[in-house]
Design a protein around this ligand. Structure first.
Ligand code: ATR
Length: 282
């Protein structure tokens, strides 16, 4: 079979070598017997527009978008409501009319991971605490607003960014200063780290989980290391956890579905493939 007959997708970024997406999508393509391929494409900012325009000719049905292009692609495609609300897109596809459309699958990744790892996490949930008001924080807050969580305390080192979130996402978002992070945790039923704290080489998220509810769920978007200091603390406290690798895998589900028309499953086998890869890299 020639490349022209393959339904191809890719991840575009600069750099792009670190992306684990080819492993994930390659696994699903094999699993479903789809004649497709998923590649890494190193695309410089200056070449982005031309690359996107040339994708159909090269057999691409869509792509993931990683840094630094998540914002730039918004103006070069038709973003959906979710991408517009978040202000960034990470997945794109050509519709039947050949129009390049974009969305943000991080929201579904965060919610899908929580649903799978900690079922019922949002049932009766009144107080959530999100750390981080970057791109991941936006996706997390958007998802929690979508699930109608009444109070979402948003703690960020730069308070003005958290205040902007309230403007953008509404009054359920309650901005809190970094110095008040410990107080923000009182009675929390969900704690979600969307900062880069706890990532290998970065400082830990220095919080004490004593004041949260006993049925609190703790979610970290950081997946290197797989068990962050925060998740280890949560486990010691006997809390349910959802890890960052789960989010990475779940956000990939929706891109695959857009390109190949099948919603793939996040299986223990797939998870192990990525775990092995992460451990190999260390
Ligand atoms: P991403 O798109 O992955 O969310 P980002 O937009 O760079 O990345 O956001 C990183 C988040 O981690 C921000 O909330 C950042 O806080 P600021 O908005 O104040 O920059 C937070 N962050 C990074 N390093 C931090 C640290 N040492 N302490 C506290 N917060 C930190």
């Amino acid at each position: 079979m020639t490349d022209e007959k393959l339904r191809m997708a890719c991840v575009i970024g600069d750099p792009v070598a670190q992306s684990r997406s080819p492993l994930i999508h390659g696994y699903w393509l094999r699993k479903h017997g789809i004649a497709g391929d998923y590649r890494r494409e190193l695309v410089k900012g200056a070449d982005l527009k031309a690359f996107l325009a040339d994708m159909p000719r090269r057999g691409y049905v869509g792509c993931n978008v990683t840094m630094p292009h998540k914002l730039a692609v918004m103006a070069l495609s038709q973003p959906d409501a979710r991408a517009k609300a978040i202000g960034a897109a990470n997945a794109m596809w050509f519709d039947k009319a050949g129009v390049l459309r974009s969305t943000n699958t991080d929201v579904l990744g965060i919610l899908g991971n929580l649903d799978a790892a900690t079922p019922g996490w949002d049932k009766g949930l009144a107080d959530a605490v999100v750390f981080g008001a970057g791109g991941a924080g936006r996706a997390a807050v958007y998802g929690l607003v979508e699930r109608k969580i009444p109070r979402i305390r948003l703690v960020n080192r730069t308070l003005t960014k958290a205040e902007e979130f309230r403007q953008r996402f509404g009054p359920s978002v309650l901005p809190a200063a970094w110095e008040d992070r410990q107080r923000a945790l009182a009675g929390a039923g969900l704690v979600l780290n969307a900062t880069s704290c706890g990532m290998a080489g970065n400082p830990e998220l220095d919080i004490d989980l004593a004041p949260v509810r006993d049925d609190c769920v703790v979610n970290d978007i950081v997946y290197v290391p797989l068990v962050t200091g925060l998740l280890a603390k949560a486990e010691r406290r006997g809390l349910r956890i959802a890890d960052g690798l789960g989010m990475l895998l779940h956000q990939a589900v929706y891109g695959f579905e857009l390109w190949y028309g099948i919603r793939p499953a996040v299986t223990p086998e797939l998870r192990q493939i990525i775990v092995d890869e992460l451990l190999k890299k260390k």
